[in-house]
Design a binder for this molecule. Structure first.
Ligand code: SF4
Length: 362
């Protein structure tokens, strides 16, 4: 028997804490929203003590109850393919080795990713930080948070701090307000960024109170994480609208995922839909060599062709940069439009394959 959002009182459905308290955590919970396949049931059982699954009722309500291939469902419901991935690594970006103190990841000289908590509203099956998400050992104790803040205070090169996790918006407003205040009081920290998937997975979290609080700490930027046009719901649009009205630039970082968004029509619909919400498509990541995710990976050549197919066929700012993240930083993956030099001319290729030669200084 599947359930629906309509069965939940409107006052509860609008309350993000109700969703957090009523998250789907078992095959029986899941059966209230969809008809779990035998493969899904087997994977849920096998992964009960390792990156187990959690889904908000809101996100569960977006799933197709009858289709295990549903692009929403595949992002969050375990499946058998997760159990078999010999090439997958626990920490493919070597983030632990790049951490001067616990949960502070420094790959570039002037900015850090600060994993302030280990919890999310739901667990994406391809999550780069599955080693950490939902794992108590990775939670930041008060003392560890203080040590991380001390390290940032003592490192004047850091001008840009990305709060991530886990998801920083799982924190209460008060806790987040305190943390942002501590960071804002550090003179060399110019920019505060929040990496959050809650506008997608729990848009009710983006309350007016939250936005008013964030406004007090400007400049604050938000990067969220939509992967499929079906995630662009009225509720998600309203959450993004509240953020942008609070003066917060909102960008999107998607992941290229096999069978979910690895075709031109889906990616174009996603990017154009984001722009309609005033959310800028920023990055699209190549899925990492991460344990249990082989079934999500797309050949890089195919990814390059998808973004090449968008060039010239939609607004330039609707096209994210396709990147491979590595332990040495992000590497842009783009079609080689610059073909080289011929004497005094540079040779370039246009979006529709025409060759152009332009006089070019030596
Ligand atoms: S929201 Fe982000 S950090 Fe959380 S499980 Fe999904 S990908 Fe991982």
């Amino acid at each position: 028997m599947t359930s629906s959002a309509a069965a939940v009182p409107a006052v509860d459905w609008a309350d993000w804490t109700w969703h957090m308290r009523h998250r789907v955590r078992s095959a029986d919970d899941l059966a209230r929203w969809v008809r779990p396949s035998a493969d899904e049931r087997r994977a849920i059982e096998a992964l009960s003590d390792r990156f187990h699954f959690v889904i908000t009722p809101y996100y569960a309500s977006l799933m197709d109850p009858d289709d295990p291939e549903c692009p929403i469902r595949r992002q969050v419901v375990p499946r058998g393919a997760e159990l078999d991935d010999p090439a997958g690594l626990a920490d493919p970006l070597d983030e632990v080795a790049h951490s001067p103190v616990k949960n502070v990841i420094r790959v570039y000289p002037d900015r850090i990713a600060f994993c302030v908590n280990n919890e999310c509203a739901l667990y994406c099956r391809y999550c780069l930080r599955k080693r950490m998400v939902g794992e108590p050992d990775w939670a930041m104790k008060k003392r560890e948070l203080a040590e991380a803040l001390d390290w940032i205070r003592a490192t004047p090169a850091i001008r840009d701090v990305l709060l991530t996790g886990g998801d920083p918006l799982v924190f209460s407003d008060d806790r987040l307000d305190w943390l942002l205040g501590e960071l804002r009081a550090i003179p060399h920290v110019e920019i505060l960024r929040l990496g959050t998937r809650l506008p997608v997975t729990l848009p009710m979290r983006v309350t007016d109170d939250l936005c008013r609080m964030l406004e007090r700490h400007h400049p604050v930027w938000v990067n969220t994480h939509f992967n499929h046009p079906r995630e662009l719901t009225e509720e998600a649009a309203a959450a993004c609208d509240r953020l942008t009205r609070a003066g917060i630039p909102v960008g999107n970082q998607s992941v290229l995922l096999a069978g979910i968004n690895d075709d031109v029509a889906t990616m174009k619909a996603l990017c154009e839909g984001l722009v309609r919400l005033r959310v800028r498509p920023y990055y699209c990541y190549q899925a990492q060599l991460l344990e249990g995710t082989a079934h999500f990976r797309v050949p890089i050549e195919r990814g390059v062709e998808i973004f090449r197919a968008l060039r010239g066929r939609t607004s330039g700012f609707a096209i994210p940069q396709y990147v491979l993240d590595t332990p040495h930083g992000k590497v842009p993956l783009s079609y080689p439009y610059l073909r080289g030099r011929e004497g005094d001319h540079v040779v370039v290729e246009s979006y529709d394959g025409k060759i152009w030669k332009e006089l070019n200084p030596p």
